[in-house]
Design a protein around this ligand. Sequence first.
Ligand SMILES: NC(=O)c1ccc[n+]([C@@H]2O[C@H](COP(=O)([O-])OP(=O)(O)OC[C@H]3O[C@@H](n4cnc5c(N)ncnc54)[C@H](OP(=O)(O)O)[C@@H]3O)[C@@H](O)[C@H]2O)c1
Length: 232
Amino acid sequence: METVLITGANRGLGLEFVRQYNAAGWRVFACCREPTGAAARDLNMLAGTSGRRVTVHRLDVANHAQVDQLALSLKREAIDVLINNAGVQGPNEDFGKTDYKRFAQTLAINVLAPMKVAEAFAGHLAASRRKVLATISSRMGSIGLTTGDTAIAYRTSKAAANMVAKNLAGLLGPLGITVLALSPGWVKTDMGGANAPLDVPTSVAAVRAIVARATAAESGKFFHYDGTDLPW
Ligand SMILES: NC(=O)c1ccc[n+]([C@@H]2O[C@H](COP(=O)([O-])OP(=O)(O)OC[C@H]3O[C@@H](n4cnc5c(N)ncnc54)[C@H](OP(=O)(O)O)[C@@H]3O)[C@@H](O)[C@H]2O)c1
């Protein structure tokens, strides 16, 4: 049975990744910050009806000790696909009023965490058949496409997350691991808001399709959910 680990799995895109991989018969390690709280109710209900294929694990991706602990507790597991999905939008104040504490927290979650998770789980991926590490990035992280002047913390974090992914592709290539940076499009979630044009199942199905067909030739690339290449 194929196995996927998903961070930020209690709501939004992460929860839908759990739903779709579960429906496809995969084993799912669904990670979230508060597995016992109300925020994980839907995830726990899904896990409860999955015939134990979906298991829920505590993981605050900014807590590196917790990342190491989870990697250790899953050390005998081969993980075919790992999705670095957890993310935050970060602060968006007017120029001159930047909240640097929240800016740094945004970088810790959107940039450092995917790197830390990759370091902790490279062995689990290398032991699997598919060996795909995907970071959910954003078109807003494309420096080439950026013309705006908003969301500098978020844009910067996703541009840096792309650089992490690009470097990981080189570092993990010798282990046979394919590393992707994937933009899910603008999606109706808590983060994307109600005006987003894409619904969650459509975005997640499209991202899963890219992951499913990924080979070493695609490693180190930045794809939009529709499969087109995005400029860095
Ligand atoms: N929606 C869009 O239009 C869009 C567009 C481009 C990219 N993305 C990216 O897609 C990913 C998922 O976004 P979404 O739209 O599903 O957002 P969302 O609805 O706001 O969900 C974010 C998820 O990340 C989790 N998370 C945040 N900080 C975390 C931490 N320190 N440790 C573990 N989990 C943490 C949240 O958990 P809690 O419930 O505990 O807060 C939640 O499960 C993000 O990386 C986002 O940047 C989204």
